[in-house]
Design a binder for this molecule. Structure first.
Ligand code: NAD
Ligand code: MG
Length: 307
């Protein structure tokens, strides 16, 4: 049904009421490949990260936020939205992603906000700790942390998952999350927030994403436990669990190539999500509006089942 309706495109801001089935185009991405780690600039079709549509409402005035994986996809949309809501933003990404990162930094700075760029590979402990130290130094403190960097490599068979892949997926998604949260806690004053990017894969694992899906379950669980530990200190931890969102991660190695044209079409809304549609969830969980929301997983998945 959605495919026969005409898309209203991505021009409306996040506060406009319209039909969610047609708010963004029902995309049919061609089969495509990109070398790791992938770039938004090369993605076909291009994504909506809110660059033209996200409208700031003053929800994060004066916050000092670090967004890992903030160069592209969901992290880019979050960084742009945070800046428009009044936050200074540090973004961490891989050195090879400087071009995407520069684009995000330009949009953050266009809001009159600071953008601290931290190109570092977080798969070792020292680098993860350095990301936190550089964010604190560059922003003059830290009160909002978004752990969003992620590695997702699809493999048809468990026998094709090498030790190296398994290790890198764990290091990026689980170890780095742990190292960064541990290093950040000492810097976070009462009123701070942590938001983790988990996934619908945490409870509904694809047969081709065994290693990735288990890390997302770990993140969801870790977030709920850490939330209880830090709540008495006035630090709130929450989780966002996206469904199929059109981002570079999907074309690098995140999906079997023949699945790309159908990406997201099986959701009740009938289409893949755009990164900009995630931003309000992160803004809400980082803002004071969510002051009594702790250890929650906010599903943004176009209607898939969730616990
Ligand atoms: P993306 O490729 O745009 O973002 C992932 C980012 O992770 C990269 O830009 C990169 O900067 C960062 N990263 C990966 N390895 C790194 C390393 N070793 N060191 C430093 N940074 C590293 O893709 P995205 O889809 O926006 O992913 C963002 C998060 O959302 C990920 O955690 C992903 O698992 C999660 N997620 C995505 C979807 C989806 O459908 N796109 C669904 C559920 C969850
Ligand atoms: Mg990227």
């Amino acid at each position: 049904m959605a495919a026969t309706k005409k898309s209203t495109g991505s021009g409306s801001d996040q506060l406009t009421f319209d039909d969610p089935t047609t708010r963004h185009p029902d995309i049919t991405p061609p089969k495509q490949d990109q070398p790791m780690p992938g770039s938004d600039k090369e993605l076909e079709p291009r994504t909506d990260r809110g660059q033209e549509s996200y409208r700031g409402t003053g929800r994060l005035e004066g916050r000092k936020a670090l967004v890992t994986g903030g160069d592209s996809g969901i992290g880019a949309a979050v960084a742009i939205a945070f800046a428009r809501e009044g936050a200074d933003v540090a973004i961490n990404y891989l050195p090879a992603e400087e071009e995407d990162a520069a684009w995000v930094a330009g949009l953050v700075e266009a809001e009159g906000r600071t953008c601290v760029r931290i190109p570092l590979d977080i798969t070792d402990k020292e680098a993860s700790e350095e990301v936190i130290a550089k964010a604190v130094e560059g922003l003059g403190g830290l009160d909002a942390l978004v752990i969003n960097a992620g590695k997702q490599v699809a493999k048809e068979s468990i026998e094709e998952i090498t030790d190296e892949q398994f290790d890198l997926t764990m290091k990026t998604n689980v170890y780095a999350m742990f190292w960064m949260c541990r290093a950040a806690v000492a810097h976070l004053p009462a009123g701070s927030t942590i938001v983790l990017s988990s996934s619908v894969q945490a409870y509904s694992p694809s047969e081709t994403l065994l290693d990735y899906a288990m890390t997302k379950a770990a993140m969801n669980n870790f977030g709920k436990g850490l939330a209880k530990q830090l709540a008495p200190k006035g630090i709130r931890v929450n989780i966002v669990a996206p469904g199929p969102i059109w981002t570079p991660l999907q074309v690098v190695e995140g999906q079997p190539k023949d699945k790309l044209p159908k990406f997201g079409k099986g959701q009740p809304l009938g289409r893949a999500g755009q990164p900009v549609e995630l931003a309000p969830a992160y803004v809400f969980l980082t803002s004071a509006e969510s002051s009594y929301v702790v250890g929650e997983t906010l599903n943004v998945n176009g209607g898939a089942d969730s616990p």
